[in-house]
Design a protein around this ligand. Structure first.
Ligand code: PSV
Ligand code: MN
Length: 431
């Protein structure tokens, strides 16, 4: 078996060779600096090498808003082309070995064939995402007024059936989780009976959970608002926690960073869910105002670092803790391949910085009630430039020291633009 690599390995090696001397110098300097803090750089580089975040299949196409979508050149038209783009991201970044599929957007006609196609490109499948927030051409019931929480049993049954079908597809693809996000809610006070709709959700979730394989997790994703603007059934981590707890042991909460009000202390939500065994996964992205789906770390890298501070801390306490990490972003003005490579590295960077926080000092400052030095301990890690660690991790695993420059040099986008004629659609559209 020989892995299909979309970018010429000679080109990657050549590009890396040109950067190697600078990387060695930077890496050695950082190693010395870390050694003075009694931190072993090799352990961090090892941690960076093992770090992985899943790619959203929907993220490799150009996204849009409800006002417009400006398609980029060479957009993938099929799930196979999407996987080709994901393979580029993985080859150069070495941090994204899995893909999170959205059904029906990426429904495979032959799951075994798709699994083989992914495997040939060094990819596997992460959590499966169901979709009951849109109507499909062939469906009997409409989701206009909800899906898993709808007042009509027939609609709820259709939505449940869809989720079970997604589990079946995921089993064939080697996935281990189902992520459920519903847009159910209301636009008018009085439109919906709050308790009844939540009860319907709990009943539906339990039925879906009944079809979940023993080694799978069900991940419930909350979102404050949109598409329903007055109330949303699973609007916050409290509702998510309650639903996960009612549904079953392997039903956990998933935190999408963009699904909270501005300024909310998301890292504390993370800590709460973790403490009570209900933190199951993440959709990483960044936001300025709402669910902006901006690139991870582009607006508030400190928040991302603080989230990882909790994750690293909890992992130390509970070594079996292995949440699902996924990117969930909409790339409206950039080449999605570039954004995803850059974002994966931003998440990885937050993880590495959080890993080098001096925990015993922090604990001492907390015990001594020394707020200034406690936050200075965090800043000492956050302010350090760990780029050489990320570069070295990529270099050692066959990736690119500078993924974006290598990708641009490869001319991949130009090549696929010739192979993939424009699909034409420039209307509005979510991803
Ligand atoms: C909803 O806004 C969401 O975050 C869910 O994860 C969906 O699956 C995804 O975005 C759809 O783009
Ligand atoms: Mn999401």
């Amino acid at each position: 078996w020989v892995m299909t690599r979309p970018i010429s390995t000679d080109l990657v090696s050549e590009h890396n060779r040109q950067q190697e001397a600078a990387l060695t110098a930077d890496y050695d300097a950082l190693a010395a600096k870390l050694a003075r803090r009694e931190v072993d750089i090799e352990q961090l580089t090892q941690a960076a090498t093992s770090f992985a975040v899943a790619l959203p299949s929907w993220g490799v196409g150009t996204g849009g808003t409800r006002f417009a979508r400006f398609p980029g050149p060479g957009e993938p038209r099929t799930i196979f082309e999407k996987l080709d783009d994901c393979a580029v991201i993985q080859q150069l970044s070495q941090a994204t070995p899995t893909v999170s599929l959205h059904i029906p957007w990426d429904r495979p006609t032959d799951p075994a064939e798709l699994k083989g196609f992914a495997h040939d490109r060094g990819l596997a499948f992460d959590a499966m995402n169901s979709n009951t927030f849109q109507d499909q051409a062939d469906q009997a019931q409409s989701y206009k007024y909800g899906s898993l929480t709808h007042t009509s049993e027939a609609v709820r049954e259709q939505a449940i059936k869809h989720n079970i079908e997604v589990i079946e597809l995921g089993k064939a693809l080697g996935s281990k989780a189902l992520t459920v996000w519903v847009g159910d809610g209301s636009n008018f006070p009085g439109q919906q009976h709050f308790r009844n709709s939540f009860s319907h959700y709990l009943d539906s979730a339990k039925t879906i959970y009944g079809a979940l394989p023993k080694d799978w997790n069900m991940l419930l994703e909350h979102k404050m608002f949109e598409p329903a603007f007055y109330s949303t059934v699973i609007q916050d981590w409290g509702s998510s926690y309650l639903a996960a707890k009612e549904t079953g042991e392997r039903c956990l909460s998933l935190v999408d960073l963009g699904h909270h009000a501005p300024n909310v202390n998301i890292e504390m939500i993370v800590a709460r869910l973790a403490q009570f065994g209900k933190l199951g996964g993440f959709h990483f992205n960044d936001s300025k105002y709402g669910d902006d789906d901006l690139d991870s770390g582009s607006i508030d890298p400190y928040q991302l670092f603080l989230v990882f501070l909790e994750l690293v801390d909890f992992k130390t306490a509970e070594p079996s803790f292995t949440p699902f990490y996924m990117l969930d972003q909409s790339h409206n003005v950039t080449d999605p391949v570039e954004s995803l490579m850059y974002s994966a590295a931003e998440v990885q960077r937050a993880f590495i910085k959080a890993s080098l926080v001096d925990r015993s000092r922090l604990a001492q400052y907390q015990a001594d009630n020394d707020p200034l030095m406690a936050q200075a301990t965090l800043k000492a890690a956050f302010n350090l430039d760990v780029e050489p660690i990320l570069q070295m991790a990529r270099h050692r695993t066959g990736g690119a020291i500078d993924p974006i420059a290598t990708y641009r040099k490869s001319g991949y986008r130009g090549i696929v633009t010739k192979q993939r004629p424009a699909s034409g659609g420039s209307g509005s559209g979510i991803v």
